[in-house]
Design a protein around this ligand. Structure first.
Ligand SMILES: C[S@@+](CC[C@H](N)C(=O)[O-])C[C@H]1O[C@@H](n2cnc3c(N)ncnc32)[C@H](O)[C@@H]1O
Length: 202
């Protein structure tokens, strides 16, 4: 845990990688990974330029965990279909398409993170997830994919693999609450955009 905070502290002083998530978000997810004592791997859905992935790779390396990164690496899928009729979202993402190549994301992870712990899963979720086997067990998931249908695809693949007690973080609180494409009963809202659901231990 101490190593993790030293790393974040130094990062804040030196300048952090480009990302849409903030240091506050990284601290929340990183602390949970740091404190998790059970098994399982970490996944991030929605990588873009790899800024958050680099940070997560660092904490995964410190805790000896694997990190799986899922993204098309060519921006969003069909905006009209995946926005579920939400014109505000559609317009926002037409203006800002979050398109970055896998080479760009790899450069960021190499510069700021620990590439050795990373497995890259490039492609649209609708194509990659049906044949994706690993990881079979997930302890922490971070989903930052903006569009409601992308959130649904990610959630439906992650949830059965999430270990009881494990954490599902979303960077999409307003969209998730508006479109309700998955079960939000136990969502804890951490900030305007960040929320977390801990899977119940039955
Ligand atoms: C907001 S960006 C992620 C930002 C990143 N987490 C960060 O902290 O900088 C959203 C990403 O989700 C990806 N994405 C959204 N829907 C997707 C889908 N259905 N399949 C694959 N990638 C998707 C886009 O390609 C984009 O890179």
């Amino acid at each position: 845990m101490k190593d993790w905070f030293t790393f974040v502290y130094k990062l804040c002083r030196k300048g952090s990688p480009p990302a849409s998530s903030s240091v506050k978000d990284w601290l929340a997810i990183g602390s949970v990974i740091s404190l998790w004592e059970g098994g399982g791997d970490v996944v991030e859905f929605g990588v873009y330029q790899g800024g958050t992935s680099a940070i997560l790779s660092k904490i995964c390396a410190l805790r000896n965990r694997r990190l799986f990164l899922f993204d098309s690496f060519q921006g969003f899928p069909n905006l009209q279909e995946y926005s579920l009729g939400d014109e505000v979202l559609q317009d926002r993402h037409t203006a800002l398409p979050y398109r970055a190549s896998i080479e760009r994301a790899k450069q960021t992870v190499e510069k700021y993170g620990e590439p050795d712990v990373v497995t890259w899963v490039p492609g649209f979720f609708s194509e990659t997830l049906p044949k994706q086997v690993e990881p079979e067990k997930i302890c922490v998931a971070y989903v930052d994919v903006d569009l409601p249908l992308s959130q649904k695809e990610a959630y439906e693949w992650i949830w059965p693999r999430l270990i009881p007690g494990g954490f599902f973080f979303t960077h999409e609180v307003p969209t998730a609450l508006k479109h309700k494409t998955y079960d939000l009963t136990n969502l804890q809202v951490l900030s305007r955009s960040m929320g977390v659901i801990q899977k119940k231990v039955s």
